[in-house]
Design a protein around this ligand. Structure first.
Ligand code: SAM
Length: 224
């Protein structure tokens, strides 16, 4: 398997949870204000729980950037008979097991769940719990055909200034076609340029309060 181009280093964020930092890119995997706080708010609460109507049919969720698996873990923790999910996550550069084992998420996430999510083989769906099926795909989001009929998108790419190719109009159009009507996308990036791009492809976009005291806004976009 290919690895992220340089080995990231572990750093603590302000809520005490760890994240990874890539020196060459000067970029973190999560908000330095709080990794677990960010995952819980932007993805679990504002996308998954917001979109899930609580019926027993599993929704199809697509994550761009599996990374440390933190978003998958916090989602698995709330997936139950009323919130079942088929979680598909794309990742170009899977992280080494040794590095993953040094993250401190066991304070918030059951170690057995964290390990099961990371031990799951790539390229096939695996039932991690009765209500959380995980399908990790090692692939390039920019060139791979996307899974279709998606209800929820966690758009968690590196920042536009660090990886602009992940934030282009064509890329979002491809995502738009993969989404079901009513599908919900959230991302931490609330830049006007990105908001206008999402609006221009036909999504209904709102700026909502961010995770830390609602200060920095985030985006939620719905396909009509
Ligand atoms: C901001 S981090 C994601 C953090 C992750 N969601 C988590 O909870 O740890 C961005 C991720 O996108 C991945 N990535 C970068 N380029 C990619 C591409 N072209 N296709 C798929 N994944 C990519 C990176 O390797 C990294 O894991």
């Amino acid at each position: 398997m290919r690895k992220v181009p340089t080995t990231p280093i572990i750093e603590y964020t302000e809520d005490g949870s760890t994240t990874l930092f890539i020196e060459d890119m000067n970029e973190h995997y999560h908000s330095t204000k709080g990794a677990i706080t960010e995952s819980n708010h932007i993805y679990r609460d504002c996308a998954f729980l917001h979109r899930h109507s609580g019926n027993t049919i599993p929704l199809r969720l697509l994550e761009i950037g599996f990374g440390t698996g933190l978003n998958a873990c916090v989602t698995a923790l709330v997936a139950d008979e009323k919130h079942p999910v088929h979680y598909i996550s794309l990742e170009k550069y899977p992280i080494e097991t040794e590095l993953l084992s040094q993250l401190n998420y066991q304070q918030w996430i059951d170690k057995a769940l964290f390990n099961a999510i990371h031990a799951a083989p790539w390229e096939k769906p695996i039932a991690i719990t009765p209500h959380f099926t995980l399908e990790k795909r090692q692939t390039d989001f920019l060139t791979a055909p996307l899974p279709q009929q998606i209800d929820i998108v966690y758009f968690d790419a590196f920042a536009p200034e660090k990886q602009p190719e992940m934030w282009g109009c064509e890329v979002f159009e491809k995502l738009f076609h993969a989404m079901n009507p009513g599908a919900t996308l959230t991302t931490y990036c609330a830049k006007g340029e990105i908001r206008r791009m999402l609006t221009s492809i036909g999504l209904i976009v709102e700026r909502i309060a961010g995770p830390i005291g609602g200060k920095r806004e985030i985006l939620r976009a719905i396909k009509p």
